[in-house]
Design a protein around this ligand. Structure first.
Ligand code: FMN
Length: 217
């Protein structure tokens, strides 16, 4: 008998073409801390985040304060909250550090918040390589420097490309000891439960299903 679990076969008749308004298939949530021009730290929830090697890429709308801060200062901390922190993240969801609030954001209920930490129970702590503060409660925090700001392609002449692709280099990784395999550089994946953003709903992860052949631990 095969060791593999039998997979149900899908045929094209069982599939439908849909037109979802958003394409958030499921990414980790990150809280990006950046420095405002007054030296205070701003917090911006993001899910357009991916990593490869030492690089990390962020997709940030140009109406965000994070866009301006990162463009000017070139530094951030990418703080990854655990799934139990989702309500803290949601407290930040309607806020922007930009004043005045851009019209399209005001129309859907965003408001200006100069002190994002005050909306949450989060604790600010110093970073080591960069000026923006870290969020102590986030179990994983990457300090990062801007390598390049890429301009996305326009889909058509009428497409006002409204975001930037920020290519960052991760310079330092901080992790809570509780999610690190003691005495190693490996994350204990049984202990680390990232918060995921799936079609605008928050999720945690389930149990470990298995490892890829390259996994070191
Ligand atoms: C869970 C979540 C994920 C988000 N992901 C992104 C994202 O990937 N890119 C983006 O530009 N905005 C994203 N947003 C919206 C920003 O958080 C929002 O524009 C916010 O006002 C940014 O704050 P700032 O203007 O102070 O930088 C997300 C919001 C939430 C709640």
């Amino acid at each position: 008998m095969s060791q593999h679990t039998a997979q149900k076969k899908h045929t094209s008749e069982q599939q439908v073409v849909i037109h979802p308004s958003i394409l958030y298939a499921g990414n980790p949530v990150a809280l990006i801390t950046t420095l405002n021009s007054n030296g205070e730290t701003n917090i911006s929830p993001m899910s357009s985040v991916w990593e490869l090697g030492e690089r990390l890429v962020l997709g940030i709308t140009s109406t965000s304060q994070a866009y301006d801060n990162l463009q000017h200062e070139g530094e951030c901390v990418v703080n990854f909250p655990s799934s139990d922190l989702w309500e803290q993240v949601e407290r930040l969801a309607r806020t922007t550090g930009r004043n005045p609030v851009p019209e399209q954001k005001k129309a859907i209920g965003y408001y200006f918040e100069p002190d994002k930490f005050s909306c949450t129970d989060f604790t600010p702590i110093e970073a080591e390589d960069v000026k923006p503060l870290r969020i102590a409660e986030c179990p994983l925090q990457f300090e990062a420097r801007l390598l390049k700001l890429h301009q996305p392609a326009s889909l058509s002449q009428d497409d006002p490309v409204a975001f930037g692709i920020f290519e960052m280099q991760v310079t330092r990784v901080h992790a809570h000891a509780t999610i690190v395999q003691a005495g190693t550089n490996h994350i204990d994946t049984a202990a680390w439960s990232p918060l995921l953003y799936v079609f605008r709903h928050y999720f945690g992860t389930g149990p470990d299903l298995g490892r890829t052949f390259k996994a070191e631990a």
